[in-house]
Design a protein. Structure first.
Length: 222
C-alpha cells in the first residue's frame, strides 16, 4: 500500500468513516460479503463498479434480499418503488464519482435516490477504484463533471451536450432539449457518528462506522 492510500485511510478515520484497502475486485467482493450479514436487506445504486464486482448476483445467491431497481422485467413505476425501498434497507451499496486525497467523497445524481441512500441509510458501503482519486476537492468535482458524467451519459444514451465532446455546458443542459444527469451534488466531508443511533459508542471502532469505503487497487467504473 503506497503512502497516498495509507494517508487517505487515516483521514477517513478522522472523519468517522471506515476505510479499507483491497488489492483487486475479488478481494473487494469478499470484503462486502464479510461486512454484510446474510440476513440483511440490501439497497443498490446504479454503478458500473458494482456491476464489475457482480455483487448483486453474489448477494442474492447466498440469500440476501436485494432491492434491485434495474431488473429488465419490471416497469418504471416498480423501479421507482424499489429505489425508495432500497434507501431504507439494512445496507446500501454504491460508488463515489470521485475522491479527494484529503478524504472528501463526491457524488452527482439525476434523481436523488442514490444521494438519499448514501446520506441516510443505516449502513453504507462505497466501493471505489483508485482511478477515482483526485488531488483535491476542486479536481474531484471537475473529474465528476467532465469525465465520469459524459461517460455515464453515453453509457445510458442520455442526450446531454457533454456526450459529444466531454465539455460541461451546465448553463444550457436542461429539459426538454437535454436529459441532465448533474442535477444533485453530494459532498461528504465527515460523519456525525455519535449523533446516530448506530454510531453511539463506536467512534473508536474503525470497523463500525455507518459509512465504509472499500478502496480497490484497480481501475473500476468511470
Amino acid at each position: 500500500m503506497d503512502k497516498k492510500i495509507n494517508n487517505l485511510l487515516i483521514r477517513w478515520q478522522k472523519r468517522s468513516i471506515s476505510g479499507f484497502y483491497c488489492n483487486n475486485k475479488n478481494e473487494a467482493l469478499d470484503k462486502i460479503l464479510e461486512i454484510v450479514p446474510t440476513s440483511a436487506t440490501v439497497g443498490i445504486s446504479g454503478s458500473v463498479t458494482l456491476d464489475q464486482l457482480a455483487v448483486i448476483r453474489h448477494l442474492e445467491s447466498r440469500g440476501n434480499k436485494v432491492f434491485n431497481p434495474y431488473k429488465a422485467d419490471i416497469s418504471k413505476e416498480e423501479s421507482w418503488d424499489i429505489r425508495r425501498q432500497g434507501t431504507q434497507a439494512d445496507f446500501y451499496l454504491a460508488s463515489a464519482n470521485a475522491i479527494s486525497e484529503n478524504g472528501e467523497l463526491v457524488f452527482f445524481s439525476a434523481y436523488g435516490n442514490r444521494i438519499a441512500g448514501i446520506s441516510y441509510a443505516k449502513n453504507v458501503i462505497l466501493v471505489c477504484g483508485v482511478n477515482k482519486i483526485a488531488a483535491n476537492l476542486e479536481e474531484a468535482i471537475k473529474r465528476t463533471r467532465e469525465y465520469a458524467t459524459p461517460l455515464n451519459c453515453k453509457r445510458l444514451n442520455w442526450s446531454t451536450p457533454c456526450v459529444a465532446d466531454g465539455v460541461c455546458q451546465k448553463e444550457d443542459c436542461f429539459l426538454p432539449e437535454h436529459k441532465r444527469m448533474c442535477c444533485q451534488i453530494l459532498i461528504i466531508e465527515a460523519e456525525a457518528a455519535l449523533d446516530r443511533p448506530e454510531g453511539r459508542g463506536l467512534a473508536s471502532d474503525s470497523q463500525s462506522h455507518r459509512l465504509k469505503v472499500i478502496l480497490v487497487g484497480e481501475n473500476l467504473g468511470f
